[in-house]
Design a protein around this ligand. Sequence first.
Ligand code: SF4
Ligand code: SF4
Length: 107
Amino acid sequence: MEKYMKAIRENVCAICVDSNEMGECKLTEKELCAVELFFPQILEIVQKSNDRDYDLFEKALKEDVCKKCRASTDGDYCYLREDSNCALDRYFPLIVEIIHKVDAGKL
Ligand code: SF4
Ligand code: SF4
């Protein structure tokens, strides 16, 4: 798991709008980063799919992640997603690429 998180920190946190110029997360303890919080579920969703069907990914994310996330009551509507304030939602295509690269030994 650590190799994935290292790649996420170096490639997602580094460009995330919620990080400082050093790539360090600026979120407070009261805020949440769904990428960090739900990374095992995200990894499973990406690795068990052979293709890159983002409609299927979105469905799986809503079912397996958003329903468990405190920002959403039903998994479907999320005020953070509405405001582009969820890093998972913002950077999901990049996260998929990173997971595939780590699995291919390219990161
Ligand atoms: S919000 Fe998440 S993705 Fe963004 S810098 Fe913080 S930990 Fe990284
Ligand atoms: S979109 Fe909302 S409910 Fe889903 S993971 Fe992000 S913050 Fe949580």
